[in-house]
Ligand binder design. Structure first.
Ligand code: PLP
Length: 953
């Protein structure tokens, strides 16, 4: 060190070494184990020469955290934060600081994975079941899911749920003229490929139209309140379904849709403590009648029991999901908005029914007072509203100009009308300023005394909500802080252990990447704020798009899709529109290898395509001959192939270039699922080897955290011939409509990926990919004497993940991959991906962010588990009564006075000595999957259930 130059010392600040887990010494050691002299040699041995990029990425070099934050700070400063009363589904809100810091900014919550491993996810599932209970209560419905992507896509899901469930055989769906414009826009996009006709008309016409379902907005987009009881009855009489888009804060004061006959209710929970974020992410929701639960899209948390008979949460009715149903799935939803749903649920837990009522009443009184003042000044204000005023007969341009000068944004309706939506952040000063725009004077207290509420008596809420104790207990900050901490402590997230999930790329979500997300210049921007206020966002988006173009070799990118599955949908729509533009609209066959992720066939189905499944050969490669056969057979009808690369089997297929040629010869387009880009960035570019379109998962490869199952960003990247067919933006032109509610989807988390690319630079991104390959091969190599790796590519190497085959061990010992997954919990690990893409296997993806120390810890656990399996094989452990079958073990079990198992307690809890220094205790033992699906229960557990349990002890 004494001889280091200043430049060397400065370089040592580099973020690359923080992001990449192993240091150079460890890299050298691991390379030796794997048998290669350098990262370059290893890369050459794994990646086929035919796809390798000839040049390094044309990106700037890496910079340090301080410098990168300064750069993005300057970008953020270009956004102007005005007071936005635009409404249209997005409202100001105060994120309670205790939730901001301890959920949104807390890696225990944001680095968690989707709760597929129930035993280590009880905390976030409790938060989600609170969310479901909150939504079901306020909407007056029987069941709610654990979030959808946004209100507009939730409305589209309601349309298709209605189509599946209605008795009416009509193919027309009624949509009120007064739904939010972005909702109508997404409905149009989604209806067309499914050959659903939309009838857009006045609410009154819903009662007589021949339709399978109807969507109304309550309160409507201009604030109006309709009484829809008769409409509901008329629709039901014709076997049609009523879906209602609504607003949870309004429902605090309004008769719930369930009480007037709605069958499905959708909306957005943004105003429950989640900032605008220029459009997202926020948690959309869907609630419905119990009768539709088996047909409902999205994830659903349910209550089951563990092996001790105690209540425990799990994902229920997964048989609806695309993983299992594939092209017959109810929807392609995979990643949703868990982190934001957790925030919204905690907002309700914190405020409780009384606090929410206070907030809603205050907003409503402010609106009523403002309306009264405006009317006194002779301004025309529509009657009957909750928080949104429609003002007609004004010179809108003049009003907007005056508003902007006062740093206020109002809704632009037309030349003579403006809209004002109030929210919990509105102050007396805001009200005075708003009244002043219309020349009205405001004596707030006098008007308060003389002005009645503006909600018609027939629509006032009389029913109770949020009566469960969880919403009536944690109202002091200490109580909420400790409640949130107690939930987080039940879960395993990346702040405690690697999460080696194949296909999901759980890499580092660096703190410096997260920091800009909560800056007001990114958070407090309404998605419909005028363009001159959002030039910072524009720069960020343009720059990120250019970075992704460079990383993928495509020509254009849309950041609108807010999940990977949405990106697939956008990509397939682009392919479909391209064929139609060339007079080849009849092309409808989509080839999908059998190893594909379930979202692929589900997305193809949503685009009206017919899925033809192609085979895998013995080495795990997609079967080129089968692809060729099918491409020939369906030559006239071939629309596309959807393939994942490197394949979900963790191999770089040599023939990928040839496959692209075959598909193109037959007039099809190549869709490459980019979920595995972590094996490619800086090494090879799909856009350069012949692929036409990909989605990326920024919440995998580009460091956006998983949030326990969302948010996500699934950009759609295309070659230039498909660029005209990317989804349009709110005011943009385009052949293909919007796929998400907001032009840039989950815009406020884009800084994370921008920061990642900026911090890593050209060398860092390439090295990350190479170390991801090394880490996977190191694990495969070290586990080779103990477990079989199912598929390998050239030189016996895997890509960035490896599939451990547990099937031979199951045949010999009865120990299953699931038993191993659950046993890993006793070692404090999150299991790898279980039974995807091959049943009975574990797919391990360590990512570049895990140090050799962490990899060794995992390998030691896997070896010890293999020893236990061997002991079962040898008869040293009982075939049934062994630590694998009974895993995971709770503290209650191992500390009970009575221990009746055929193996020692110490083996149960501390199978490795290192666990005595640090031990994770699962809060429940193995959760019963069958029970939960037979007894579906998706709301907060009644307190009595716990009382009975206590009584037993
Ligand atoms: C994660 C994943 C998807 C879906 O992405 P979401 O963001 O969850 O919708 C699609 N394909 C593959 C291979 C994946 O791993």
């Amino acid at each position: 060190m004494t001889h280091s130059t200043l430049r060397d010392l400065e370089h040592h600040d580099a973020f690359i070494e923080r992001h990449i887990g192993p240091n150079d010494a460890e890299i050298g050691h691991m390379l030796e184990q794997v048998g290669y002299a350098s990262l370059e040699a290893l890369t050459d041995a794994i990646v086929p020469g035919s796809i390798k990029s000839p040049q390094p990425l044309a990106l700037p070099p890496a910079i340090g955290e301080v410098e990168a934050l300064a750069k993005i700070r300057a970008i953020a400063a270009k956004n102007q934060v005005l007071r936005s009363f635009i409404g249209r589904g997005y409202y100001g809100t105060h994120t309670p600081n205790v939730i901001l810091r301890n959920i949104l900014e807390n890696p225990a919550w944001y680095t968690a994975y989707t709760p597929y491993q129930a035993e280590i996810s009880q905390g976030r599932m409790e938060a989600l079941i609170n969310f479901q209970t909150m939504v079901a209560d306020l909407t007056g419905m029987e069941i709610a899911n654990a979030s959808l992507l946004d209100e507009a896509t939730a409305a589209a899901e309601a349309m298709t749920l209605a189509k599946r469930s209605a008795k009416s055989k009509s193919d027309t769906f009624f949509v009120s003229k007064n739904v939010h414009p972005q909702t109508l826009e997404v409905l149009r996009t989604r209806a067309e490929p499914l050959e659903i006709q939309l009838l857009v008309a006045d609410d009154a016409e819903a009662a007589t139209a021949d339709v399978f379902g109807a969507l109304l907005q309550y309160p409507d987009t201009f604030g109006g309140l309709g009484d829809y009881q008769a409409t509901a009855d008329a629709l039901h009489a014709r076997g049609a379904i009523l879906a209602v888009a609504s607003d949870l804060l309004a429902l605090v004061l309004l008769k719930s849709p369930g009480e007037f006959g709605a069958d499905i209710v959708v909306g957005n929970t943004q105003r429950f403590g989640v900032p605008f974020g220029f459009g997202g992410p926020h948690a959309g929701f869907m609630a419905c009648r119990d009768a539709y639960k088996r047909s409902m899209p999205g994830r659903l948390i349910g209550v089951s029991v563990d092996s001790d008979g105690k209540p425990a949460y799990r994902l229920t009715l997964q048989t609806r999901e695309q993983h299992i149903r594939r092209e017959k799935a109810t929807s392609n939803i995979c990643t949703a908005q868990v982190l934001l749903a957790v925030m919204a649920s905690m907002y309700a837990v914190y405020h409780g029914p009384d606090g929410l009522t206070r907030i809603a009443r205050r907003v409503h009184r402010q609106a009523a007072i403002l309306a009264a003042a405006l009317r006194q000044a002779g301004v025309k204000v529509a009657d009957g509203f909750f928080d949104t005023l429609r003002i007609d007969g004004v010179d809108a341009a003049a009003i907007h100009a005056q508003a902007r000068a006062a740093r206020i944004n109002l809704r632009e309706i037309d030349a003579g009308s403006v809209g004002i939506s109030l929210d919990e952040t509105v102050t007396r000063e805001d009200l005075t300023a708003l009244a002043g725009l219309f020349g009205a004077k405001l004596d707030i207290d006098a008007l308060d005394a003389s002005t009645a509420d503006a909600i018609p008596a027939a629509l006032r809420r009389a029913s109770a909500f949020l009566q469960h104790p969880v919403f009536n207990t944690h109202h002091s900050e200490h109580e909420l802080l400790r409640y949130m901490r107690s939930l987080a402590d039940k879960d395993l997230a990346m702040d405690r252990t690697m999460i080696p999930l194949g296909s999901c790329t759980m890499k580092l979500n660096a703190t410096a990447e997260m920091i800009p997300v909560t800056w007001p210049e990114f958070g407090n921007i309404h998605p419909l704020a005028p363009a001159d206020q959002t030039t910072g966002y524009k720069q960020l988006i343009d720059e990120l798009e250019a970075m992704l173009v460079e990383c993928t070799g495509y020509d254009a990118v849309s950041l609108q899709p807010n999940s990977g599955a949405q990106g697939e949908y956008a990509g397939l729509l682009a392919i479909r529109a391209y064929h139609r533009s060339r007079g080849e609209g009849h092309r409808d066959i989509c080839l999908i290898p059998d190893s594909a992720h379930g979202t692929n066939p589900a997305s193809a189905q949503m685009c009206g395509m017919t899925v033809v499944v192609t085979k895998t050969d013995a080495n795990g490669n997609v079967d080129v001959e089968d692809i060729r056969r099918n491409a020939e057979k369906y030559s006239d009808r071939l629309a596309a192939i959807m393939m994942t690369y490197p394949s979900t089997h963790g191999v770089f297929e040599e023939e990928v270039v040839e496959i692209c040629q075959i598909i193109h010869q037959h007039g099809g387009q190549v869709y490459t699922d980019g979920a595995n880009m972590n094996a490619l960035v800086g090494v090879a570019k799909p856009g350069k080897w012949g692929s036409d379109v990909s989605h990326l998962n920024l919440h995998k490869t580009f460091c956006i955290p998983h949030g326990g199952g969302g948010p996500g960003v699934g950009p759609c990247a295309v070659k230039s011939h498909l660029a005209p067919f990317l989804p349009k933006t709110v005011d943009g032109e385009g052949v293909v409509g919007m796929v998400s509610a907001a032009s840039y989807g989950s815009a406020s988390i884009l800084p994370i990926s921008w920061m990642y690319v900026t911090l890593m630079g050209t060398q860092g991104l390439r090295k990350a990919t190479q170390v991801a390959l090394l880490n996977a091969n190191y694990i495969a190599k070290r586990l080779e004497p103990h477990y079989e790796t199912l598929y390998t590519g050239r030189n016996g190497l895997v890509a960035h993940e490896c599939i451990l085959d547990l099937r031979p061990l199951k045949d010999a010992t009865g120990i299953s991959a699931e038993d191993v997954a659950k046993r890993l919990i006793d070692f404090g690990f999150h299991a790898p991906t279980l039974s995807f893409p091959v049943a009975g296997t574990l797919m391990v993806e360590p990512t570049e962010s895990e140090s050799q120390h962490e990899l060794d810890r995992f390998i030691d656990a896997m070896i010890q588990i293999r020893e236990e399996i061997r002991a079962v094989e040898d008869g040293r452990l009982d075939r049934e009564d062994n630590p694998l079958k009974h895993a995971p073990h709770t503290a209650t079990q191992v500390s009970a006075s009575e221990w009746t198992r055929a193996y020692p307690r110490e083996l149960a809890a501390f199978p490795l000595p290192s666990l005595k220094l640090q031990k994770y205790w699962p809060p429940v033992s193995r959760v019963d999957n069958v029970y939960g699906d037979k007894n579906v229960m998706c709301a907060c557990i009644p307190v009595d259930a716990y009382k009975e349990e206590e009584a037993e002890v």
